[in-house]
Design a protein around this ligand. Structure first.
Ligand code: PEP
Ligand code: MG
Length: 906
């Protein structure tokens, strides 16, 4: 029978940190802290397995749970010398969620469970503080009615009619009537009256009594926390983060400690190192005389934890270091213990009750990409972690984030800062301002860049936050839930910019008397917390010397090569900077597009519209020097590194001249009239050019085109060799489906090779002959293809297109629905579809290597720059992946992580 309940407290625990899947992150952290002898209020964790069993049986608790919970409660009671529901000496507990992976603020919590009309007098006697007890009571009523009686029941009230909002109105009304400016001015009697008004309202609105029984409260809360796993925002967050729906959440039931028992109490959140920069400093926020939710809910701008990390926004507020030096000192020691134990930055929550410190949470802290890199490198230097761990501490996405733009500091010098807030998420961004999550999603869909402006950081906005380039709020702190979420995504975010006066109804914001309407452009510096009007220029942040050191470690452990897809000298040079070890795809047709392409394009058109072989040969001769020069430039830059040059592969219609003037010039050049040009153009029109006369098919019907290209490549190489350079061309035949195509072209290759070697008086040219595998038939027949091909390069763009029958240019219309309905997990044009296309590739590699054991294998589709696909390529035994220059660092890191994870490296 499954064990559902795990006790922790008093220096012992039934679970430990390794049981994250079963106990959730919070539960595992609490168990481990107990084992370390840290001051953790005793409690117990109900497992994630219990949650999934609860859902499986249609929302019924497993039969053995009651006995287990009762036993655990007795254990807690014994540890605390208190009794749950006891009129004289009552135990109060909190019920908190805690999934395997942290989902900050996405699920529910109920505090002060166990406070009833029977236990209130005992609590008052014990604390001598009637006001505190009634304050705790009214908080319980509010939270319980909201979480357990409304949300968990699936009630979806109209805007402004939520029970919590209605209770808040009552509270505000009373505050106004009494002339109070803050909640703290309520007397015990006020709070008592308020609690009664709350209970009456709940009965009116929800038709049910607020339960006055400690057991009913506990079970209600446990069930509601389970149900919050399927709450709207949790579901949306999981979808974005790729967290499986069947993991479930644990519930942590823990002795309540109170940070709101006056000025010797408080509560806070801390990071053992700075989560934004990675700096080795204790970083955090706290509030005196408050409960935990007050800090993370982002409603109040919290105080700094110490003097060293004060910022402009909170400098006037007392730090914990100054206000409660003993507790701060103890926290510093705990920080040390936790880092030494977990060997990673921890995100902690604590409460101080009448000068006694309690630890409520520790977990690995979310961080920006920059912080991840800096911490990993620091911890390596400190001897805390080894090089392999360093590599795994930075995710490919975080690396990508570091390669993202910053606001140009030069431009910032002269730009006017209109508001300042806290630097909650990294980098810079600009966009049009919008005022709600739905608009952010819609505008993004319409292709716009948006900045989502909200009053406070609210986890309900998760989808809008995702869609926005950046997030800006008027209230909240660095540790508020949404700031954590944004940082986890590497999203630029500024919170607590108090100067913003936001009007969500009118969709405008006023700053210093100036009104900005929806759609106006702001620029944010999320690393400094600055807001600018208008659009400022951005720069990229790759010049970070630590990034270079980190990448050097990455390359030490990487075994698979990385190449780039590049056609211009500029791209080839940049790719070398980013660590390219060759070019995996040089698309020859690029020279007929864009700048400087006029003459070659004209000559290519002449080739295409030639009617006889003689005409074509004449045109090819004219085109030849341009092709050779183009290839030579890139081979020269890549000196000593392989360059895979693909033979011409454009659909012909792309080059047919449409302008009258060009048609006229071409007619002249070919010695024919314009009507004939139009006729010939018509003749090559295709109804499905993507599957038409392209790639190798062109070379089969017009061998002279192939001949010219191969000669250009080999002569360019020969010239470079004579100039003392090392040219390593690899000639790649595209869009093949049968080995006979390869044989046909190979005859030309062999002949030209012999001629060029002889002409230049060379012993040999280091050149391989191979093919793209981008048609499923070629993949199926890989054993045959490898009889001729010395290398395969998987063209996963076309392979995906043709294997699925999805047009790669037209998936926009349906891919969203496929993902939403979980027909596909991911867009197969971004990440290889491991199940289908991946299986085909894996089998194709095996077949190819069965024929030719040293067959060189690479990938040149877009997937070569996708971290998960790179890992897949490694597992299939690829020699290299090839991707666009900017994706190279990501591919290098993903390849190193795959190598470390492989059994061979263990
Ligand atoms: C491919 O099909 O994956 C490929 C790299 O070729 P292209 O994108 O040029 O069709
Ligand atoms: Mg292709």
């Amino acid at each position: 029978m499954a064990k559902y309940v795990y006790f922790f407290g008093n220096g012992i625990a039934e679970g430990d940190a390794s049981q994250k899947n079963l106990l959730g992150g919070k539960g595992a952290g609490l168990a481990e802290m107990s084992r370390l002898g840290l001051p953790v209020p005793p409690g117990f964790t109900i497992t994630t397995e219990c949650c999934t069993d609860y859902f499986k049986s249609g929302g019924v608790f497993p039969p053995t749970l009651k006995t287990e919970v009762e036993k655990a409660i007795r254990n807690v009671e014994a540890s605390m010398g208190l009794k749950f529901g006891d009129p004289d000496n009552p135990l109060l507990v909190s019920c908190r969620s805690g999934a395997r992976r942290s989902m900050p603020g996405m699920m529910e919590t109920v505090l002060n469970v166990g406070l009833t009309t029977q236990t209130i007098p005992g609590m008052i006697r014990k604390t001598g503080n009637e006001k505190f007890v009634y304050d705790a009571y009214r908080r319980l009523i509010m939270m319980y009615s909201d979480v357990v009686m409304e949300k968990a029941e699936g009630i979806e009230p109209e805007e402004g009619k939520a029970i919590r909002t209605q209770l808040e109105h009552i509270l505000e009304k009373m505050k106004k009537e009494k002339g109070y400016s803050s909640d703290t001015e309520f007397s015990a009697q006020d709070l008592k009256v308020l609690s009664e008004l709350f209970k009456k309202k709940i009965l009116d609105v929800l038709g049910k009594e607020f339960p006055d029984d400690h057991h009913a409260q506990l079970w209600g809360a446990i069930g509601a926390v389970f149900k919050s796993w399927n709450g709207k925002r949790a579901v949306a967050y999981r979808k974005i983060e790729g967290i499986p729906d069947d993991w479930g959440t644990a519930v942590n039931v823990q002795t309540m400690v109170f940070g709101n028992m006056g000025n010797t109490s408080g509560t806070g959140v801390g990071f053992t190192r700075n989560p934004a920069t990675g700096k080795n400093e204790f970083y955090g926020e706290w509030l005196p005389n408050a409960q935990g939710e007050d800090v993370v809910a982002g409603i109040r701008t919290p105080n700094p934890i110490n003097e060293a990390t004060k910022n402009e926004q909170n400098a006037h507020l007392p730090s914990l270091e100054k206000a409660m030096p003993e507790s701060y000192e103890q926290l510093l020691q705990i920080r040390q213990i936790l880092e030494t134990h977990f060997k990673d930055m921890q995100d902690i929550e604590f409460t101080i009750q009448e000068n006694k410190l309690y630890m409520l949470q520790t977990r690995v802290g979310k961080r920006t990409g920059l912080a991840a890199l800096n911490m990993a490198m620091d911890m390596l230097a400190e001897g805390l972690i080894d090089e392999k761990t360093v590599i795994n501490r930075v995710s490919p996405n975080q690396l990508d984030e570091m390669l993202h733009p910053l606001v140009d500091p030069e431009a910032e010098k002269t730009a006017k800062v209109i508001a300042k807030g806290l630097p909650a998420g990294p980098g810079g961004a600009y966009g049009q301002i919008v005022f709600n999550s739905m608009d952010a999603v819609a505008w993004k869909k319409a292709g716009k860049k948006v900045i989502l402006i909200r009053e406070e950081t609210n986890p309900e906005d998760v989808e809008g936050m995702r869609a926005a380039e950046a997030i800006l709020t008027a209230r909240g702190g660095m540790t508020s839930h949404a700031a954590l979420v944004a940082r986890g995504w590497g999203k630029c975010c500024v919170v607590g910019a108090g100067a913003l006066k936001i009007d969500v109804i009118e969709k405008k914001v006023t700053v210093d008397g100036k009104i900005y309407a929806e759609g106006e452009v702001f620029t944010l510096n999320g690393s400094k917390g600055l807001v600018y009007e208008g659009q400022l220029p951005m720069i990229d942040a790759t010049e970070n010397p630590r990034l270079k050191d980190f990448m050097a470690i990455v390359d030490k452990y990487r075994t698979m090569k990385v190449r780039t897809n590049a056609e211009t000298a500029k791209d080839a040079l940049m790719a070398k900077e980013f660590g390219a070890e060759g070019i995996g795809l040089f698309r020859t047709e690029h020279m007929f597009y864009g700048e400087g392409s006029d003459i070659p394009l004209f000559l290519l058109r002449k080739v295409i519209l030639s009617n006889t072989r003689a005409e074509r040969l004449q045109a090819l001769e004219e085109l030849y020097p341009y092709v050779k020069e183009d290839v030579k430039t890139t081979l020269g830059i890549m000196d000593g590194l392989p360059v895979t040059i693909r033979l011409l592969d454009p659909p012909l219609h792309e080059f047919v001249p449409k302008r009258k003037e060009t048609q006229k010039k071409l007619a002249e050049a070919l010695g024919i009239d314009e009507k004939e040009i139009i006729k010939r153009s018509e003749a090559i029109r295709e109804s499905n050019p993507m599957m038409g006369h392209r790639g190798v098919r062109l070379g089969i019907t017009y061998p002279e085109i192939t001949e010219m290209q191969i000669r250009a490549i080999l002569e360019a190489s020969a010239e470079l060799i004579q100039e003392g350079k090392r040219a390593i061309p690899e000639i790649m035949v595209p869009v093949t489906c049968d080995v006979k195509e390869l044989e046909e072209i190979e005859v030309i290759f062999d002949q030209v090779y012999d001629e060029v070697v002889k002409k230049f008086n060379l012993e040999r040219i280091d050149c391989q002959y191979g093919t793209m595998i981008e048609i499923p038939r070629a993949a199926m027949l890989s054993d045959k293809m490898a009889e001729v091909a010395e290398f395969f390069s998987y063209g996963t763009n076309d392979l995906t297109q043709m294997f699925f029958g999805f047009s790669r240019d037209d998936i926009g219309g349906f891919m969203g629905d496929y993902i939403d309905k979980k027909i596909l997990v991911k867009d197969p044009f971004q990440t290889i579809d491991f199940e289908g296309v991946g299986r085909l590739i894996r089998e194709s590699v095996q077949k190819g290597r069965a024929t030719r054991p040293n067959l060189k294998i690479g990938i040149c589709g877009e997937h070569g720059g996708d971290a998960d696909s790179v890992k897949f390529c490694y597992e299939c035994g690829f020699d290299y992946v090839s991707c666009s220059p900017y994706r190279l660092p990501i591919a290098r890191l993903a390849a190193a992580q795959a190598a470390i994870a492989s059994p061979a490296s263990k």
